[in-house]
Design a protein around this ligand. Structure first.
Ligand code: SF4
Length: 695
């Protein structure tokens, strides 16, 4: 009888996981309104039935007893509960006050993930609010994340492409560790290996795939541009490039050939610590196999002085070997056609950082539309170029995830009014004047339209409201709709429900919420992978070709060809500093159990990896007299933290790897926010000098 009742009330809701940016298809079993089990959707083209440990812990995450349950306002050192109505009245009156007294640009929005992981339609909804309000100052992880390679690929290929490993004969994993950062891609790479593809891993760490690789190159962090240029040197000097493609479809190849003569494998060995013979072997293997693709990690190569040029060099490697727009190479999938949501005509000023990093903001009339967040703390603290009075943080925890944590804290403490919207009480939320409880991804509907962009899979799916918002939390869309109403912005936010809004968004695609909800809950293929599209439309660059030599970069005063730039702190660029701080600190690598600073409160995940660890090669540990499990102090010019040592042969000597996101050992106390990457202003988080002592 009991089991019959159970079956009767059990329903399965098909949704998309929102615990990282990938969006795996997820079945959620709901029994009498309570979620009881999750599993991967077998027919979902991204994850094909598999969920990573984070996804499998989604129910624990959503039902965590430490969720923010009601709006909180500051009283003295603590908080007291308030109502949504009072809280939004408070926010709207502050928004009006600062706009009147200091101009709307004195209000800054910081948006993050994952409560915003609803794709374009959710993120743009928030930005639309700021467009109407009149502040150009909306910042996001783009200032240290994906945007570097997106802009570099666009400037080179005219578009952002991703690798298609399952069809490749050679795959290079370059600063990418899919077992931890991109779990659904493990199967795709494995599929290629099963068919006989060769694998090259380029990473100072011996990641799981390195054990299956034909070749493992371990460059010194921050020197990947030199390595890529060395590979181009081998490919061009040995005539291994695709002559037909190069001749017809590239601009500036001859200049490149001359330019890379300086990057002989021997010189590259001096810079990168990768033996010259391995540089040659990697280049020859990659050029000989067709199709071939490079999976560039997100951040690993970007957060370095030469990060922009590294991404350009990778795009060039793909192009000169004839591996763009081909199955198994670099591909672009159709984007879902959606209604415009941003209101660029309302933007009267450019955001902070747009003048200093103009290509980060806009390129060839394509508005990326963000300022460089790494300049924000200084702007707040100095009041220059104008005062910043209010910051509204949505789904972001900059105190743990942005570099130079001490300065970030000082800056957020200095603003007059700080609002944080999040699922849990984060370190950043603890500083706030007002904390608003957001719903988890299982309690809201939104559109996952990013499978093509991120995974090269032309697909679209609706994330469902599996259960009603828990406690007094609200989904993002409701927060912004209601705040817009309080501000009198109804003209721009006319929708009465999320369904109505998403139907507006979906209109150009021909899809509807009803269709995606009732007929295709598992999602639906949309468009195609645009193989060989250059043959029909060329490349969307000013020359119509792959721009190996970039006149755009030249006009802006940057290097028109990729170059290696030493990290600001390195044994080569600053040998004196290296005497005091002889080790290279690299930060930000992913751990499968967590996402940035999130999920450490979920016991089943935390049990797997209870504390922050400093990974050090045993030879390095010996040199400094420290051993496995011992507490050490790691120190940089910015500060010091105490952390436990994990000795492992999986990291090259002389390098310390510490992950980010830990309250107890916040590695961002050690990092610098100062922009190093010339073109987009990213800081150099992958290569900074440090020293260790026994704690
Ligand atoms: S990889 Fe894991 S966390 Fe990311 S979407 Fe898939 S199941 Fe969720």
């Amino acid at each position: 009888m009991g089991s019959t009742k159970k079956v009767k009330h059990l329903k399965i809701v098909k949704t998309a996981c929102g615990l990282c940016y990938l969006g795996c298809g997820m079945n959620v079993y709901v029994d009498n309104g309570k979620m009881v089990k999750v599993e991967g959707i077998l027919e979902h083209p991204l994850n094909r039935g598999v969920l990573c440990p984070k996804g499998l812990a989604a129910i624990d995450y959503a039902y965590s007893s430490d969720r923010l349950k009601y709006p909180l306002r500051r009283r003295g050192e603590g908080f007291v509960e308030t109502t949504w109505s009072e809280a939004l009245d408070n926010v709207s009156s502050k928004l009006r006050e600062y706009a009147k007294n200091y101009g709307a640009k004195s209000v800054v929005g910081i948006i993050g993930m994952p409560i915003l992981l609803g794709g374009y339609s959710t993120v743009s909804l928030v930005r639309r609010f700021y467009d109407v309000y009149g502040s150009p100052n909306v910042f996001s992880p783009e200032s240290i994340c994906y945007r570097n390679q997106i802009i570099a690929y666009i400037l080179t290929l005219g578009k952002f492409c991703v690798a298609e490993p399952e069809k490749a004969k050679c795959v290079i994993l370059w600063g990418s560790n899919p077992h931890h950062s991109r779990p659904p891609w493990v199967k795709r790479i494995q599929e290629a290996l099963n068919k006989g593809a060769s694998l090259i891993v380029i990473d100072p760490r011996r990641i799981p795939f390195a054990r299956m690789a034909a070749l493992h190159l371990q460059p010194r962090p921050g020197t990947d541009a030199a390595l890529a240029l060395g590979m181009i040197n081998v490919i061009t000097s040995e005539g291994l490039y695709d002559k037909e493609f190069v001749e017809r479809w590239t601009f500036g190849f001859e200049k490149l050939v001359d330019h890379v003569k300086a990057y002989t494998p021997e010189r590259v060995e001096e810079i990168t610590w990768v033996p010259a013979f391995k540089v040659r072997e990697a280049a020859r293997t990659f050029a000989a196999a067709k199709p071939a693709c490079i999976i560039q990690g997100v951040n690993a190569l970007d957060q370095t002085a030469a990060g922009f040029y590294t991404a350009r060099a990778i795009a060039i490697l793909q192009a000169i070997t004839g591996n763009v727009d081909v199955p198994g190479g670099f591909v672009r999938a159709s984007r879902v056609h959606l209604s415009p949501i941003r209101l660029p005509e309302k933007i009267k000023e450019r955001p902070l950082g747009a003048d200093k990093y103009p290509l980060f903001y806009e390129c060839w009339g394509r508005l990326f539309g963000e300022g460089q967040a790494m300049l924000l703390a200084d702007a707040i603290l100095s009041g220059e170029p104008y005062p910043v009075k209010m910051v509204m943080v949505t789904a972001s925890n900059p105190l743990l995830t942005w570099p130079n944590a001490k300065k970030v804290k000082e800056a957020l403490e200095a603003v007059d009014f700080l609002v944080v919207v999040d699922v849990f009480m984060t370190e950043t939320a603890k500083l706030a004047d007002l904390v608003l409880p957001a719903s988890s991804f299982l309690e809201r509907m939104e559109l996952c339209d990013y499978y093509g962009t991120v995974n090269g899979i032309p697909y679209v799916m609706l994330r469902k409201e599996v259960i009603k918002p828990l406690w007094g939390s609200w989904p993002d869309w409701r927060i912004w709709f209601e705040l817009a109403a309080k501000m009198g912005f109804q003209e721009y936010f006319p929708w009465r429900s999320i369904e109505e809004y998403l139907d507006y968004v979906l209109k150009p695609s021909g899809l509807t919420v009803k269709y995606l909800l009732e007929e295709k809950p598992e999602g639906v293929p949309y468009g195609r992978i645009n193989y060989y599209e250059y043959k029909e439309v060329g490349f969307k660059t000013p020359s119509g070709k792959v721009e190996i030599y970039s006149k755009t970069l030249e006009e802006y005063g940057y290097n028109p060809l990729p170059v290696h730039l030493e990290p600001r702190e390195s044994p080569l660029s600053n040998p004196k500093l290296a005497e005091e701080y002889p080790l290279i600190l690299t930060t930000g690598s992913r751990i499968i159990w967590f996402l940035h600073s999130q999920l450490r409160n979920v016991k089943r995940l935390r049990d797997k990896y209870p504390e922050s660890l400093a990974e050090i090669n045993p030879s390095t540990a010996n040199r400094y007299g420290v051993s496995d499990g011992q507490l050490v102090t790691i120190e940089t010019l910015r500060g010091r933290i105490r952390v436990k040592v994990k000795t492992t042969e999986d990291i090259a000597p002389g390098i310390i790897n510490v992950s980010h996101g830990w309250v107890e050992a916040n590695v961002n106390i050690l990092t610098s926010e100062e922009p190093e990457n010339q073109v987009v202003g990213f800081p150099g988080l992958k290569a900074e000098l440090c020293r260790i002592t026994k704690a």
